[in-house]
Design a binder for this molecule. Structure first.
Ligand code: ATP
Ligand code: ATP
Ligand code: MG
Ligand code: MG
Ligand code: MG
Ligand code: MG
Length: 269
């Protein structure tokens, strides 16, 4: 209680910085793999997109959503994932360092824990790390624009990488030559190279590669045993929330998240 004796050392707690996230704002934590260019090479990631790696990232994000409080939506692409906490969350009194470190450590331990389920024949050679940052967005519009920005980044990088690796894998160019070939090209030029030289219609590339992955909550029915001890399973009346993997979804039409993301403006793909 209030009368509990405090040690003379207790004052050092006052040196801790106040990192409370501004009230009523969306709190976003973004993680990004540390030096994953090298990590991808060392672990023989398929280029330009390794599906195992993308699905492992999403498994880790689902784990984060299940283990931590108040995350309403997550968006991932490449070696990054963004987690959006609900505006009124009071988890850890909204302390940014708590949000960021819990997300990053839960994600990183999950990456190692689930590695073998996705990379059956590829041993994990060293412990991967992830950096984290916290950004607060004061309005629904700024949050939507944040997600659009990450998705635009996914699109731009993936279009570039798709042509870059086609030039290397199918035309036998060196990475330096492929880079030179793409210098100064616009999106339309890249689409044209893909179509005329490789017969690839970029719009038919997998959505997960072009747009990234969105996770939202869905209600699922729980299966549980009857109380009378019978082994028979039935659907219970109650439901729980479980992270739904909207793989391949555009950020815009995620129906259950429409209060956040409806009518996204801006980037046209
Ligand atoms: P930093 O530590 O600054 O983030 P980084 O090497 O991780 O450095 P990023 O800009 O984050 O740089 O880029 C991540 C890189 O990881 C990509 O450029 C790509 O080479 C690789 N990568 C990540 N995910 C995949 C994937 N699913 N398939 C193939 N390559 C991937
Ligand atoms: P929080 O998430 O708030 O940190 P917590 O349960 O981790 O909750 P702490 O105050 O950090 O609470 O205390 C860590 C607890 O973990 C200890 O009280 C103890 O029960 C247990 N613990 C940690 N290390 C050891 C250890 N080496 N041996 C036995 N118990 C340990
Ligand atoms: Mg980075
Ligand atoms: Mg990285
Ligand atoms: Mg990255
Ligand atoms: Mg503890």
């Amino acid at each position: 209680g209030a009368t509990m004796a405090k040690s003379k050392f207790e004052y050092v707690r006052d040196f801790e910085a106040d990192d409370t996230c501004l009230a009523h704002c969306w709190v976003v934590v973004r993680l990004d793999g540390r030096n994953f260019h090298r990590f991808a090479e060392k672990h023989n990631f398929a280029k330009p997109n390794d599906r195992r790696a993308l699905h492992l990232m999403t498994k880790c994000a689902q784990t984060v959503m299940e283990e931590l409080e108040d995350i309403v939506i997550a968006y991932g692409q490449s070696d990054e994932y963004s987690f959006v906490f609900k505006r009124k969350t009071n988890w850890f009194k909204r302390r940014a360092s708590k949000f960021m470190t819990h997300v990053a450590s839960q994600f990183a331990s999950s990456y190692v824990f689930y590695w073998r389920d996705y990379f059956e024949d590829q041993p994990l050679l060293y412990p991967p790390g992830f950096d984290g940052r916290v950004v607060v967005y004061p309005s629904n519009q700024t949050l939507k624009d944040y997600l659009s920005w990450r998705q635009a980044d996914c699109h731009i990088n993936n279009l570039y990488n798709t042509v870059f690796w086609a030039l290397i894998q199918q035309s036998g160019l060196t990475p330096v030559q492929a880079q030179g070939r793409l210098q100064g090209t616009l999106a339309a030029d890249k689409n044209e190279i893909l179509f005329s030289e490789f017969n690839i219609n970029y719009n038919n590339e997998p959505l997960m590669y072009r747009k990234g992955t969105v996770l939202i909550w869905q209600k699922v029915m729980l299966l549980c045993s009857k109380k009378n001890g019978s082994q028979e399973k039935r659907a219970c009346a109650h439901s729980k929330l479980s992270p739904l993997c909207c793989l391949y979804a555009d950020v815009t039409p995620v129906a259950n998240a429409n209060q956040i993301l409806s009518k996204r403006r801006g980037h046209r793909f």
